[in-house]
Write a protein that binds this ligand. Structure first.
Ligand code: NAD
Length: 337
């Protein structure tokens, strides 16, 4: 951890509560003397023709150059006729897998205290391919795209992750009994990859059964891999198991080793600008980013400071039943450091 030149990292503060929780991360990282330098990029206020979205080309170049970044939530205006910012990022940077660890927090009581699972979501296709159109008035169509290439790539990532993180089981989540062709192909690819990892137990679980099992006993699962839409839904369900969206981090993995960490939650317009947001999810995403950068010591210290602050119970944000503001909680984490 004793690097003399700081590592350059891209930071998208994002929309809504984004700038408030990004500020919290900057403060905590400064207190922990993390040797990184933020390259901050905001979402533009007009469409950049080179990205066909409000994301600037320079911001994408920054991630490509640095290979590592942290991203706040970005709001998607409904029906405004331009590409979703998150979709643009995923497509332009080829962020093919979204990894979402979900662990019970010691000292914060929920219905379960043994949640320890990882959801890995295919991030580039499925129902989120952005291919929707009106056939005739009153009839619209959306294309669900599943390709062999993207399915193999995310399955490979999931098994490799399981192997390198001491995990024992990978469950492929699907609805292939109805979506025979699309989810069928996804499963076929998972099976092919599973054969290369005989030491990892492989199983297939239908999405509806998976929801029931997760709510009854989340300890039944270890690593879950699934197509885009299921991953979006299941990971929010998992966040609910441990205390909500304010707590769950994620990492987007791209080709060429890009890692863009972000909280699972959105821009929370209902509480934006009120100093009420819980910065934990983005802070833990920052921790995941530091682990990716092999700054294990700093990552461990910051994670302990966050978990100890929550466990102590004196400073908790409103979503966790407390009365602390974003800045009070942030200060408490810095004090723990
Ligand atoms: P949301 O996650 O923003 O909010 C859902 C609920 O959770 C709200 O009540 C909110 O107050 C609460 N919440 C979320 N994060 C919180 C935090 N850190 N602390 C305390 N409470 C928190 O979901 P939404 O309202 O459906 O979406 C709002 C906007 O965010 C939309 O434009 C959506 O497209 C966008 N979005 C972006 C991302 C992303 O950038 N990755 C993800 C999801 C949604």
């Amino acid at each position: 951890d004793s690097l003399s030149t700081p590592i350059r990292v891209t930071l998208f503060p994002g929309d809504g509560i984004g700038p408030e929780i990004a500020d919290s991360v900057k403060q905590v990282f400064r207190a922990a003397e993390v040797p990184i330098e933020w390259e901050e990029h905001y979402v533009g206020d007009q469409i950049d023709p080179r990205t066909q979205s409000f994301l600037t080309w320079e911001s994408l170049e920054s991630v490509r150059r640095n290979g590592v970044g942290l991203k706040g939530p970005m709001a998607t205006p409904i029906g405004k006729g331009h590409r979703s910012l998150n979709l643009t990022l995923r497509k332009e940077l080829n962020l093919y897998a979204n990894v979402r660890p979900c662990n019970s927090l010691p000292g914060y009581k929920t219905r379960y205290d043994d949640v320890n699972l990882i959801t890995i979501r295919e991030n580039t296709e499925g129902e989120y391919s952005g291919l929707e159109h009106q056939v005739v008035r009153g009839v619209v169509e959306s294309l669900k795209i599943i390709t062999r290439q993207a399915s193999l790539r995310v399955a490979e990532y999931a098994f490799h992750y399981a192997k390198t993180h001491g995990r024992e089981r990978v469950s492929a989540i699907h609805k292939a009994n109805i979506m025979r062709k699309t989810d069928g192909l996804f499963l076929k690819c998972c099976r092919e990859v599973a054969e290369k990892y005989p030491e990892i137990t492989y199983e297939e679980v239908v999405i509806d059964t998976c929801c029931m099992m997760l709510v009854k006993n989340p300890a039944l699962f270890d690593v879950l891999v699934m197509p885009n839409l299921y991953g979006d839904i299941i990971s929010d369900l998992c966040a609910g198991l441990i205390g909500g969206l304010g707590l769950t981090p994620s990492c987007n993995i791209g080709e060429g080793g890009i890692c863009l960490a972000e909280a699972v939650h959105g821009s929370a317009p209902d509480i934006a600008g009120k100093n009420l947001a819980n910065p934990t999810a983005l802070l833990l995403s920052g921790v995941a980013m530091l682990q990716h950068l092999k700054l294990q010591d700093k990552a461990g210290r910051i994670q302990d400071a966050i978990l100890n602050t929550i466990a102590e119970g004196k400073y908790r944000t409103v979503d966790l039943g407390g009365t602390s503001s974003t800045s009070d909680f942030t200060k408490a984490v810095c004090d723990h450091l």
